[in-house]
Design a binder for this molecule. Structure first.
Ligand SMILES: *[C@@H]1O[C@H](CO)[C@@H](O)[C@H](O)[C@H]1NC(C)=O
Ligand SMILES: *[C@@H]1O[C@H](CO)[C@@H](O)[C@H](O)[C@H]1NC(C)=O
Ligand SMILES: *[C@@H]1O[C@H](CO)[C@@H](O)[C@H](O)[C@H]1NC(C)=O
Length: 434
């Protein structure tokens, strides 16, 4: 005979532990107003089955990530599977081979490989969720998060997503948006990913803020054969409005970010460090406003030989133009031991959309130190001071979507085909095969 619910709740209360209360601060920029799980009582799932269930069900939730949730081997491995050796891999085991993804491998030489299946496709996060790490403990290992097909109002804060088949191109994407609105990604760290650390598109991603996050490109399997990750940030959504601020993007070698189609990206007060390839690759239709950032040891801050979108990077010579067109103080970018950043399409300024609330663009001189002390996981000192003793709520098991609701169908992203083949300098692994 089942225990009465009230008695069960009492039993759970007795076992209550100290938990963080949830999200720190509020979203600024285009994702202003994102509330995630709102004031739902914060609770920590016990294992990956429960975490998947809570992420995918239709209940608004504040989900505490208070330890490592390890998805490795949860869906088994593909052993002796078909892979290929792309021409970019000129360095054998320290390069990246590619999992055979529909036509991507083309006529590259084939090889076999073994990879973890869970990483291939992210967890389908539902609307109205806050996913919040506790202290520096929150890790999701071996699987990414995917928001698509109308999902809205999600906050991802203070977690580390890592180990998605980093050896292989198409090994997995960490955070995917494809048909969303109001997504706030804050204080997230991403490392050791096979494919994109962040990807938006092809559907509209709506209003997005990516703040205070760390994109750590250090890898033993580099598509550019130099220990740096190539597939960093890809913005292919339609009419997306993205605020990108306070982020630390380091040891990458390309796509940091690559943007195309008709979106708006405002990148301000970020710190790029040690990028052996390009940071911005802005394709047709995209408006990029780049200001108050620090580019430090960035080989190519802006790829100029691609078919250009509309970009404006504030420099000392055109700051006054920017100030008067935007009606506020624009901030000059700072370049240290880096290539040049010289784009000034004023149409970006005259067409800049409204709705980017609460932002303060500061002088680049303070950016490096503030980003280094603030970006990534475990930097929310305010969250520990806001900690309170709070009972873990009673949550019925197997509430909605059922356990292990993770889809096992063919990875959606694998249907991506070549879009607008463009001549770029060889040998970039993603130059003509998106
Ligand atoms: C999310 O929350 C809002 C506000 O409470 C609600 O209107 C909407 O239906 C929720 N979305 C889903 C998919 O449950
Ligand atoms: C920057 O990257 C280069 C090339 O991979 C590497 O040799 C160097 O050690 C890196 N510097 C730092 C400080 O990480
Ligand atoms: C930004 O900081 C630099 C270096 O401290 C200074 O020279 C410059 O005047 C500052 N600019 C603004 C707009 O405050």
């Amino acid at each position: 005979m089942p225990l009465p619910r009230s008695l069960l709740a009492a039993v759970v209360l007795l076992g209550a532990t100290v938990q963080a209360t949830g999200v720190s601060g509020t979203a600024l920029g285009f994702a202003t107003g994102t509330t995630g799980g709102g004031d739902a009582t914060a609770a920590a799932p016990s294992d990956i089955t429960e975490l998947t269930e809570w992420l995918t069900d239709s209940t608004p939730r504040v989900i505490l990530i208070d330890k490592e949730f390890n998805y490795l081997e949860s869906q088994g491995k593909c052993t002796d599977c078909k892979c290929c050796i792309p021409s970019s891999n000129t360095c054998g085991s320290s390069g990246q081979n590619a999992i055979d993804n529909s036509d991507w491998c083309g006529d590259y030489p084939t090889t076999t490989c073994t990879y973890d299946k869970a990483a291939i496709e992210g967890i389908n996060v539902a609307s109205n969720k806050s996913i919040v790490g506790v202290g520096s403990a929150g890790v999701i290992r071996g699987k990414g998060l995917r928001m698509e097909n109308g999902v809205s109002n999600v906050i991802i804060q203070n977690i580390h997503i890592t180990e998605l088949n980093p050896q292989y191109i198409w090994g997995g994407d960490a955070i995917t948006l494809d048909g969303t609105d109001q997504i706030w990604i804050d204080h997230v760290k991403i490392s050791l990913i096979g494919r994109q650390m962040f990807v938006a598109g092809y559907k509209a991603s709506g209003r997005v803020t990516i703040s205070n996050s760390e994109f750590d490109g250090q890898t033993s399997w580099s598509a550019t054969c130099d220990g740096h990750h190539y597939w960093t940030i890809l913005g292919y959504g339609k009419n997306d409005k993205v605020t990108f601020t306070g982020n630390y993007i380091h040891h990458t070698s390309g796509r940091s970010p690559k943007l195309e189609f008709n979106s708006y990206w405002h990148a301000y007060n970020n710190y790029w460090f040690n990028n052996t390839g390009h940071a911005f690759d802005v394709g047709e239709g995209t408006n990029a406003l780049i200001e108050g950032n620090v580019f430090h040891q960035v080989d190519t801050p802006f790829l100029t030989d691609s078919s250009p979108g509309e970009s404006y990077a504030v420099s000392s010579s055109d700051k006054s133009t920017c100030d008067s067109k935007l009606g506020r103080t624009c901030a000059v970018n700072s370049l240290i031991s880096s290539g040049s950043l010289s784009v000034s399409d004023e149409s970006v300024l005259s067409s800049w959309p409204s709705g980017e609330s609460g932002i303060t663009v500061t002088n680049a001189s303070r950016v490096r130190s503030s980003v280094l002390s603030n970006a990534g996981i475990g930097k929310l000192s305010s969250s520990s001071s806001k900690r309170q003793v709070q009972p873990v709520p009673y949550v019925p098991a197997h509430s909605q979507a059922g356990p292990g609701a993770t889809p096992v169908s063919e990875p959606h992203k694998w249907t991506w085909k070549t879009v607008g083949v463009k001549p770029t300098q060889a040998p970039q692994p993603g130059a003509n095969r998106d």
